[in-house]
Design a protein around this ligand. Sequence first.
Ligand code: AMP
Length: 208
Amino acid sequence: MIGVQASGKGTQAKLLAEKLKIPHISTGDIFRSLDDESELGKKVNEFMERGELVPDDIVMEVVKERLKKDDVREGAIADGFPRNIDQAKRLDEFWTVETVVHIKITDEEAIKRITGRRICTNTECNAIYNVNTSPIPTTEGMCDKCGSDLKQREDETEEAVKERIQTFHDETEPVIEHYKAKGVVIEVDGMGEIAEVQKRILVKLNID
Ligand code: AMP
């Protein structure tokens, strides 16, 4: 599953994995679950905090380990990798990518979705809102659930988001071209509701 940040690829990857009863493997989730105090955790955090890609050697090591497990015998939904051409070529050496689902949204939509996000400042609550999509907080700047202030995450400002979108164009779009040359890419319109997008994916994949 490939798509720019906020395309809904993570959500759709999870839904598809549930439907097909195969694991959903997200490198982002794996990295976030690492022990912050471990050697690997510290190294990975340095890159993630700056919004940069984690070095390929680390990514491929983690991916290789995960794909050795028994539960991927019937396949898996990969979410967040391969993220650049080097990772794609290295993955091709030990794994067959059967289908690539590219969820497409415009850059403007990605910016709108991400910069609209507001999170509750109460760490016990952590509710998430979106002033451009939904759920919109009833009172501007205030959490509906606990009344605390809402804030924007530092890495979700327009400037930070534009940089990450550019990384997608520069690094990840060549991955889509790489798999297009192999004839395995399916393009899906990612605009609209989650259920609508899911339906489009299932139709294109011929899944009931
Ligand atoms: P994600 O949840 O997919 O947006 O990933 C969150 C962060 O983890 C990214 O901003 C990267 O720093 C890192 N990351 C996840 N997957 C990869 C990957 N395949 N290659 C490099 N960095 C990755």
